[in-house]
Design a protein around this ligand. Sequence first.
Ligand code: NAD
Length: 364
Amino acid sequence: MGKYKIAVIPGDGIGPEVTNGTRRVLDAVGKRFGHSFVFDEWLAGGIAIDATGEPLPPATVAGCRGSDAVLLGAVGGPQWDTLPGDKRPERALLGLRSALGLYANLRPAILHGPLAAASPLHPAISARGIDLVFVRELTGGIYFGSRGRRQGPHGTEAYDTELYSTMEIERIARTAFDLARQRRRHLTSVDKANVLESSRLWRETVIRVAADYPDVALDHLYVDNASMQLIRRPDAFDVLVASNLFGDILSDEAAMITGSIGMLPSASLGEPGTPGMYEPVHGSAPDIAGQDLANPLATILSGALMLKLSFGLAKEAAAVEKAVQAVLEAGYRTGDIMEQAEHAARQKAVGTQAMSDLVVAALA
Ligand code: NAD
């Protein structure tokens, strides 16, 4: 029996709808397994700009720091798109990552059996199943290295710098190895060590860390080959780890081979013992906000990740995943995962609320 404090940031657009459903699912988990989850709601994104003038008010940062984990819906919307860069809702995400020291972004890509037809891959490939996790380094590399413009012999030049320290590579490698240990004990490290010096340090460091994980099989792929293998044989992967830039691109590819954006959870983690942040991969979907059309499953599955990774409640997380699977197998679908094809007749259209209620009922 545990007591856990969760900071909830509903945010903008469909954020409040999908976080509400997830709170109810977590309450159902608490009831079934004898835990208590205490939720505190905080402002971030456009709603925070409207209320306070800031996308990430200091009270929100303090509230998140004082919690055991953070659940975030999504931020952003067209009404704030004309604000200057540092005042935009999306700044809240960067601010939270840096305030909480979230250096590892984990994105599972799972092809749920009942949704196999949603995968854009050839059926012969998707039939073999997809169950992998992408671990992306989140606070280093070319997105944070020095950059600029200057005048060269042929006019204006621009540059960005990929820079990684051994410390940064080592800690993300440990996150990935630890995760592989909880799964099928296979880690693939992605780099471009045939060309880039930063990648050579990446590979050397990952190999050195591997000595502490003799029970995990390690292999390496160049990023160009990794992008091909993800499509050709996605079932060959368990955990993949990559730099910020390579991870940004490849984790989107890994996500899309499973079908819908409304199904994809994510976790951002810092040092062990500090609060992690859990959020769906999708944005605030202003086009469907407030209409009970959003798929809440990506956020609900993010809640399952929170149970497993931040609270060590693996059994409880598995129960949520099983409940989601059962609801899908029973044919319930929000609009984004509704198939147009011949199976359509067996599907039952539901909204955000009803989908969350079905998961709650399947957990009881
Ligand atoms: P989006 O993910 O919000 O929407 C893309 C498309 O997917 C839309 O057609 C939307 O209706 C659909 N969609 C997304 N989530 C869905 C769900 N749960 N169920 C059903 N359909 C879903 O991306 P966008 O349109 O590029 O961005 C909209 C806003 O969200 C922008 O302001 C953007 O900056 C912001 N954004 C925020 C985050 C975040 O908070 N982490 C991430 C991406 C984008």
